[in-house]
Design a protein around this ligand. Sequence first.
Ligand SMILES: NC(=O)c1ccc[n+]([C@@H]2O[C@H](COP(=O)([O-])OP(=O)(O)OC[C@H]3O[C@@H](n4cnc5c(N)ncnc54)[C@H](O)[C@@H]3O)[C@@H](O)[C@H]2O)c1
Length: 331
Amino acid sequence: MPETITKVLVTGGAGYIGSHVVKLLGNRGYQVATLDNLFTGFRDAVKFGEFYQADLLDKDSLRAVIAKEQPAAVIHFAALSVVPDSVARPLVYYRNNVLGTVNLLEVLQEFGVNNFIFSSSASVYGISDKIPVAEDSRLAPINPYGHTKAMMEQVMADLARVTAFKYIALRYFNVAGADPQGELGERKPTATHLVTLATRAAAGRIPRLEVYGTDYPTPDGTCLRDYIHVSDLAEAHLAALEYLLGGGESDVFNVGYGRGYSVLEVVETVRQVTGQDFMVVRTGRRPGDPPALVADVAKSRALLNFPLRHDNLEIIVRTAWEWEQKLSVET
Ligand SMILES: NC(=O)c1ccc[n+]([C@@H]2O[C@H](COP(=O)([O-])OP(=O)(O)OC[C@H]3O[C@@H](n4cnc5c(N)ncnc54)[C@H](O)[C@@H]3O)[C@@H](O)[C@H]2O)c1
């Protein structure tokens, strides 16, 4: 808990991850405000503080929010994040994610707001041949979405070099699970993440689950990914915020658990936890899917040291399943 009340603006706070962070900040005594255009977010997911429906592409409305809130820090989630969509519509992604973030940074510069936490992604690594992959590995995104994240990391590094601006970029691995109190979770109809899709298949909301590629050089032939529970990821943001506000330097951190599960291990866990069988269709590899993507977490453990309360695939799946059942009742 901060000694004096710190005001934090969260962009994209009505979305999946942002809404968990808004809730955590509110519960920990921060004053929080959310800015979101509700493109993929939901107003009722914002559990604390002021809400502003505003768009990153509209600088005047950004100015109005920053002038009113005068935050000590900004946590910036707002982005488009569906990889195949970014391949199909690259200009939409560069405009929203890159231009939108540059707009935000320009307005923050105007108002002297210098503490910034950025949602980056493991997609900046592209197809890494190192497992686990560390922060100093070469960045080689393989789709426009990943490029938008790598570009923004470069923009922030360049800005920090010549101004008082400080940032932490958190490179998330595969975010999954839902609020253990059942208030929040993934709601986007366009979600493409495995745990969400598998629990939707178990709930009968989608007819089948597709597994892309069963001939990878992994123990069971399917891709290995590092799944992190969204509530632990939220704690990473709080730790990053306190690190910056406590005088820490700009930096980049992987956020995962440092362990990989295969697609089939996740499917099996979803079947066990839900008690539901569902159709699994094994199809060919998707272009650009690395066989394994697992975080080297040594740096974030050493410097951010946030609590890992849900580091367990069954807990991840159980919370996602409870959320999915709640959605099935409500819709
Ligand atoms: N979910 C993951 O596994 C994952 C992994 C790596 C990185 N990320 C990054 O984390 C962030 C949050 O992801 P999420 O899964 O919660 O997505 P989400 O779509 O649920 O949340 C994004 C939010 O940003 C808002 N938004 C988008 N463009 C905006 C704009 N121009 N102006 C104002 N608001 C806008 C949306 O309405 C939404 O509420 C994104 O930056 C994403 O790229 C997510």
